[in-house]
Design a protein around this ligand. Structure first.
Ligand SMILES: [Zn+2]
Length: 544
C-alpha cells in the first residue's frame, strides 16, 4: 500500500511555519521584552502576535509553486541557526556578527558548529524541513492567488499596526530605548537584515582606497651601525583577554605567575575600542579615537604600521588569529596557519601561541634596522578555550573541554578561560626573556594589549561582540602590559620611576597609535603627544 502524502493549502503551510518560527526561535526576544515590561504578559503577547503576523506576511510573499518549499526551508534553517547562538551564548545577531562568521577560519567555525549544534539543527531545522518537503501543497489558480495573497498581506499588516496601537506609547519607547537588544534577537529578521547590511558594507568598501597618512614621518633617533643598538618594539595583540582575570588586576587566582617575576608595568584601567576583533584590531592601529572610528574611515586611511614604514622603520605582522583585519595590507605578513605540517604546536588548522615566540626568535637575525613586530595571538578565543593551551599547561582544573558550554559547569568554563590567561602570561614572559637574551644587539620593548574582553556567564551572557553602548564591562575592559629593556629606556629617554606611577592612569586603544610612535621616536604631524601614554615620563622634566 502506498503511503499517502498529506495535502495542505499553501497559505496554511505558511501559517503553520510562521507559528513555528515565532514560538521556537524568538524565545530570547520575548523573555527580554517580558522582562523589560516588568512581566506584562499581555503586552508581550501582543508583540509576539505582531511578530507572527509579520512573519506570516513574509512567508506568504514566497507562496508560489516551486518557490514555497525552498523559501520555507531557508527561513526555518536561518532562524534555527541564529536562535542557537542567541539562546546558547546570549549573543545578538548584528552585521558585525555576520562579518565575524564570514571572515572566521575553518578551525574556529568548527568549534562553534560542534555535535551539539548539529543535533540542534537536525532537530529544529532538519525535521521540519523534511515535513515541508514531504507534504503536497495545493495552490490556487495564479490570478486568484495574487488577489488572495495581496488581501492577506494587507490584512496582516493592518492587524499588526492595530495591535501595536493598543499600547503604542509603551512599545515605541521600548523600541527606541532597546532597539539593538530586541532586533538582535528577532528571527528571521536579525540574521536576514544583518546579512544584507554586511554585504552592502562590503560592496561599498571595495571602492575604498587608503589615503596616505603621516608621510612626513621621520625618526629622530634612527639606527646607525656602530653608534647605537637597533630598536625593537614588539606589540602583542591579545585576543579575548579580559582585564579582571589577571592577578595584576586583583583577580583572586594567580594567573600572572611568570610576568610577576619580570619587571613589567601593568595598567589597571584600560578600555577597548570595540567588543570584537574586526572592530578593535583595525581601531587600535588607526589614527582615530573610538568615538570617531568607523570601518569606512579605517579603510580610507593608512594606519600606524604605514606611518612607521614612512619613517624608515621595518614593520612585520605575525598572524596566529583570523587575519589582520586589513591592518597589515601593505606590510610584510607571516601567517602561522601556513606552518601547520609537522609543527608540534599546531593541530586541526590552529596553532598554540608558542609559534609566535618561535617565529619571533627565528626572525630576529633578519632585522637590520629599527623594527616593530606585531604578534597577533589566538589568546583566549572561545568557546573552545581548552584548545588555546597545551594540556600540560592546564593549571586550573577541572576545565571545560568542549565548546558546548551546556555540557560544563560555570566553574569549568571559568577554569578553562583562566588557563588561557595563565598561558598568555607564559607566552609574554617568554617574549620578554627572548628580548632580554638579545640585549647585545637590540634595545627592546614589548606592549601587550587585548582586543576586547569576554563574558563568562555574567547576566547570562557568554563570548563577546555585544554592541558597544550596551556591552557589559567584562567585554570592554582589557589588559595592557608593557616592558622595556634598560637600553630602550635610555634610548627613548624614559624614566623608570615615573613609569611606575602611570599604572592606574586611565588608558584605551586610542593611545596605542601615538604611544608606539613615541616609543620609536617618530616625528610626524599625526603624532599627538598628549595621547602618548608614556610621554609624561620622557625627558628631563619627568620625575626620575
Ligand atoms: Zn577578538
Amino acid at each position: 500500500m502506498k503511503f499517502k502524502r498529506i495535502s495542505v493549502a499553501s497559505n496554511l503551510l505558511c501559517f503553520i511555519t510562521a507559528i513555528y518560527i515565532t514560538v521556537f526561535f524568538n524565545r530570547a526576544a520575548f523573555v527580554f521584552i517580558a522582562d523589560y515590561l516588568k512581566e506584562d504578559f499581555l503586552s508581550t503577547g501582543i508583540i509576539a502576535a505582531t511578530l507572527f503576523l509579520l512573519t506570516y506576511c513574509l512567508l506568504v510573499l514566497f507562496s508560489a509553486p516551486y518557490l514555497i518549499k525552498p523559501a520555507l526551508i531557508f527561513f526555518v534553517t536561518v532562524s534555527a541557526s541564529a536562535a542557537y547562538f542567541i539562546d546558547h551564548f546570549g549573543v545578538l545577531i548584528t552585521p558585525n556578527m555576520i562579518e565575524n562568521a564570514a571572515t572566521t577560519t575553518r578551525a574556529e567555525s568548527g568549534h562553534l558548529m560542534n555535535a551539539h549544534f548539529v543535533t540542534n539543527m537536525l532537530l529544529y531545522a532538519g525535521l521540519p524541513s523534511l515535513l515541508i518537503i514531504w507534504v503536497e501543497i495545493r495552490h490556487r489558480p495564479f490570478v486568484q492567488k495574487l488577489w488572495v495573497n495581496t488581501l492577506l498581506i494587507s490584512g496582516c499588516l493592518i492587524a499588526g499596526v492595530a495591535l501595536l496601537l493598543t499600547n503604542f506609547g509603551t512599545f515605541s519607547s521600548m523600541f527606541r530605548e532597546k532597539k539593538a537588544e530586541i532586533t538582535g534577537r528577532l528571527n528571521p529578521l536579525a540574521p536576514l537584515s544583518s546579512t544584507i547590511r554586511y554585504f552592502v558594507k562590503v560592496n561599498d568598501e571595495r571602492t575604498y582606497i587608503a589615503q596616505p597618512l603621516g608621510t612626513d614621518a621621520v625618526q629622530t633617533k634612527p639606527h646607525q651601525e656602530g653608534s647605537n643598538k637597533k630598536r625593537l618594539t614588539v606589540i602583542v595583540v591579545g585576543e579575548t583577554a579580559r582585564a579582571q582575570n589577571f592577578s595584576f588586576n586583583n583577580y583572586y587566582r594567580d594567573t600572572n605567575p611568570m610576568l610577576r617575576e619580570r619587571d613589567v608595568l601593568n595598567f589597571t584601567d584600560v578600555s577597548s575600542c570595540g567588543t570584537e576583533t574586526s572592530v578593535s584590531v583595525p581601531c587600535m592601529f588607526s589614527p582615530f579615537p573610538r568615538t570617531e572610528y568607523s570601518s569606512k574611515k579605517f579603510r580610507q586611511s593608512e594606519n600606524l604600521l604605514d606611518v612607521l614604514k614612512h619613517a624608515g622603520i621595518q614593520p612585520l605582522w605575525v598572524e596566529n588569529n583570523t587575519g589582520s583585519k586589513r591592518v597589515a595590507d601593505r606590510i610584510e605578513t607571516i601567517d602561522m596557519s601556513q606552518l601547520q605540517e609537522g609543527n608540534p604546536n599546531c593541530a586541526g588548522g590552529e596553532c598554540y601561541d608558542q609559534v609566535l615566540v618561535d617565529t619571533l626568535a627565528s626572525r630576529l637575525d633578519s632585522f637590520k634596522t629599527n623594527t616593530v613586530v606585531v604578534l597577533h595571538m589566538l589568546g583566549s578565543h572561545g568557546p573552545a578555550y581548552y584548545r588555546r593551551y597545551p594540556p600540560e599547561q592546564e593549571v586550573f582544573k577541572p576545565a571545560c573541554r568542549t565548546s558546548n558550554f551546556a555540557d560544563c559547569t560555570q566553574q569549568e568554563i571559568v577554569n578553562a578561560y583562566d588557563n588561557t590567561i595563565a598561558y598568555t602570561d607564559k607566552i609574554l614572559a617568554e617574549i620578554i626573556d627572548l628580548l632580554k637574551s638579545r640585549e647585545g644587539e637590540f634595545a627592546s620593548s614589548m606592549i601587550y594589549m587585548s582586543d576586547h574582553g569576554e563574558s563568562l556567564g555574567e547576566k547570562g551572557l557568554y563570548l563577546h561582540a555585544m554592541p558597544y553602548f550596551i556591552a557589559p564591562r567584562e567585554q570592554t575592559t582589557i589588559p595592557f602590559i608593557s616592558w622595556f629593556s634598560p637600553d630602550f629606556l635610555k634610548e627613548n629617554d624614559l624614566k623608570q620611576a615615573c613609569l611606575k606611577t602611570l599604572s592606574d592612569h586611565p588608558a584605551s586603544h586610542d593611545n596605542l597609535f601615538h604611544t608606539v610612535l613615541g616609543l620609536m621616536n617618530v616625528k610626524t604631524t599625526v603624532y599627538d603627544k598628549d595621547m602618548d601614554i608614556f610621554n609624561s615620563c620622557r625627558g628631563d622634566g619627568a620625575a626620575s
